[in-house]
Ligand binder design. Sequence first.
Ligand SMILES: [Zn+2]
Length: 176
Amino acid sequence: MKLYNKTKVAPDILDAVLVAAGRCTKARTTGAVVKVTQGHRACSSGYAKRANFVNTWHLRRVRKWKEERVNTDGGYFSIVLPQRFSTWDALDLAVSFFQVAIHEWVHIADFQAMSRGEFRAFDYARAGSRRRKHDTRPEELRAIDTTDAALERGAVSRNQDAIIALALEIERVSRG
Ligand SMILES: [Zn+2]
């Protein structure tokens, strides 16, 4: 996984949670590009895009004339690590981050399957353009279902060490 970490959380801790989430899906994690940013809201969110490469200015601050491409494996996703508020438990935040990561990996798995011609890109025709109400799109329903199924099979407890390590990091970072 090519991790672009724009948070204060240690990259190896993010990496462990993100790869664990990817393993709950059919995605190949090795070549995927993942960008993590620090959010100001109390919940995690993300978006995935189908792409063969990403321009580095999407990933980090670069000089305009130094634009480069980073190859992806089917696509990339961006995910927000929420900030800890007094009303929010760091463990809840870590779990929500893990769940959103599974969801985005399902999209990556779909993009990778499309690259192999396993299903039609038509299903994702509206990706990148104006979208219908988020949760009604078939790819969204599939991502939600797959994530729920992984959670029901115990994805959180199976990966609790990585998730707890992230929660401790969120605590550490929020203490400044
Ligand atoms: Zn989605």
